[in-house]
Design a protein around this ligand. Structure first.
Ligand code: C2E
Ligand code: CA
Ligand code: CA
Length: 370
């Protein structure tokens, strides 16, 4: 798109906004492709927003229709608001709550947004120090063979201990994926895992198979596998005992040459799991082309056992057809475990056997299990 064309689109957006919001509104271009608008909302706000999104996402300029993407942040001005900069900041905060979410086109500023952003801000202020101070710890959730209940291995899951409280990954992983701090954190966790595996080999004479979660952000860095390789060499860990968990949605991301990454991982000797299987939309032929070892059935399907077994049955059949190892995650009851076992699922992970355990607790678990 040339500059003149870009200018014409910006001009057309401004004109369209004025047309929808009325001549008495104030429409300005705030920066780049950001518009700042003040208007008197006399009609239903949602109808107006709908109208704006509909018209701008299919914008007609000189008989050409452009497909644009719109995100809107709204702050409702009160009588006591006397500082326009503060009001703009609040609209921007609401906007950042909507950005990146394709289905959510607009957000209205409220206390919830403010709390979330303040929390995120706090996390971002503390994360680097937390890494230096060893506040991130690896927890291990055992994985158990369905056939004889022996220990197969564990999944490494991060926990953050801050100010005497434990913060669970759900609160910081999505943010770390956005700000890419996950790249540092995953490498740190991987190093801790390798350190523990070296210790276990010396103390117990064996290394369990440990899986680590690999964020899709790593795949953008073409050297990421070399960094992992360096760490396993440093601790003398056998890569055959390390399993890289890649979520199904990352594996089918069109912008990533995942097959190449997987093939290079296999060459090193890593195992590869497809995590959260069933929540993405991979086709059978895609799966067939990927050099993977393990399918992890997502918890949402395990939850439906007894209410609707058809999807679990289907996934286990796919996995068997492709000669993969099947792991079910989020198994909480004996009933679920028995059903999965009867269908030929190989390995069970979930609260039924154990919650994720600290390094010390997992060592105790290994001693008692074997
Ligand atoms: P995930 O990879 O799907 O991990 C499984 C999650 O399910 C874990 O949550 C685990 O504690 C939980 N879980 C396991 N069994 C049960 C069960 O029987 N019932 C219930 N209700 N939950 C169960 P957790 O530890 O909170 O981790 C959440 C997510 O955060 C993980 O989902 C993973 O996507 C991400 N994550 C955790 N650690 C790391 C890490 O070191 N690196 C990266 N990139 N992501 C991580
Ligand atoms: Ca996982
Ligand atoms: Ca999972």
């Amino acid at each position: 798109m040339d500059i003149r064309c870009g200018d014409e689109i910006l001009y057309a957006i401004g004109k369209k906004l004025l047309e929808i919001l009325g001549e008495n509104s104030l429409v300005s271009r705030y920066s780049n492709d950001y518009f700042g608008v003040i208007f008197n909302c006399e009609k239903n706000l949602y109808n107006i927003l709908h109208e704006v999104v509909k018209n701008i996402e299919k914008l007609r300029v000189n008989d050409v229709i452009y497909d644009l993407s719109v995100n809107i942040g709204i702050y409702k001005l009160n009588k006591d608001d006397d500082n326009i900069s503060v009001a703009i900041d609040k609209a921007i905060m609401a906007h950042s709550a909507s950005k990146g979410d394709v289905t959510d086109k607009y957000h209205i500023y409220d206390k919830e947004i403010e709390n979330k952003l303040v929390k995120e801000d706090n996390i971002e202020k503390n994360m680097e120090n937390a890494l230096l101070n060893g506040e991130f710890k690896v927890y291990y959730q055992p994985k158990i063979y369905a056939k004889d209940e022996k220990l197969y291995g564990a999944e490494a899951l991060v926990r953050w201990f801050h100010d005497g409280k434990m913060i669970s990954p759900g609160e910081f992983i999505p943010l770390f994926e956005k700000n890419r701090f996950i790249l540092k954190l995953d490498l740190y966790i991987f190093e801790q895992v390798c350190k523990d595996m070296k210790k276990w080999k010396i103390e117990f004479g064996f290394e369990p198979i440990v899986s680590v979660n690999i964020s899709r952000q790593h795949f953008i860095d073409k050297d990421f596998l070399e960094k992992y390789l360096l760490i396993i060499s440093k601790y003398g860990v056998n890569p055959n005992n390390i399993d890289l968990e890649i979520t199904e949605s990352a594996a089918i991301d069109e912008g990533i040459d995942i097959i190449n990454i997987m093939e290079r991982s296999k060459k090193i000797g890593f195992l590869i799991s497809i995590d959260d299987f069933g929540t993405g939309y991979s086709s059978l032929s895609m799966l067939q082309d990927m050099p993977i070892d393990i399918l992890k059935i997502d918890k949402s399907f395990v939850d439906k056992i007894n209410a609707n077994n058809s999807l679990v049955d289907y996934i286990i059949n796919i996995s068997k057809g492709l000669k993969l190892v099947t792991i079910a995650e989020g198994v909480e009851t004996e009933e679920q475990k028995e059903y999965l076992k009867s269908k030929g699922c190989d390995i069970i992970q979930g609260y039924y056997y154990s919650k994720p355990l600290s390094q010390k607790e997992f060592e105790e678990y290994m001693k008692n299990k074997n």
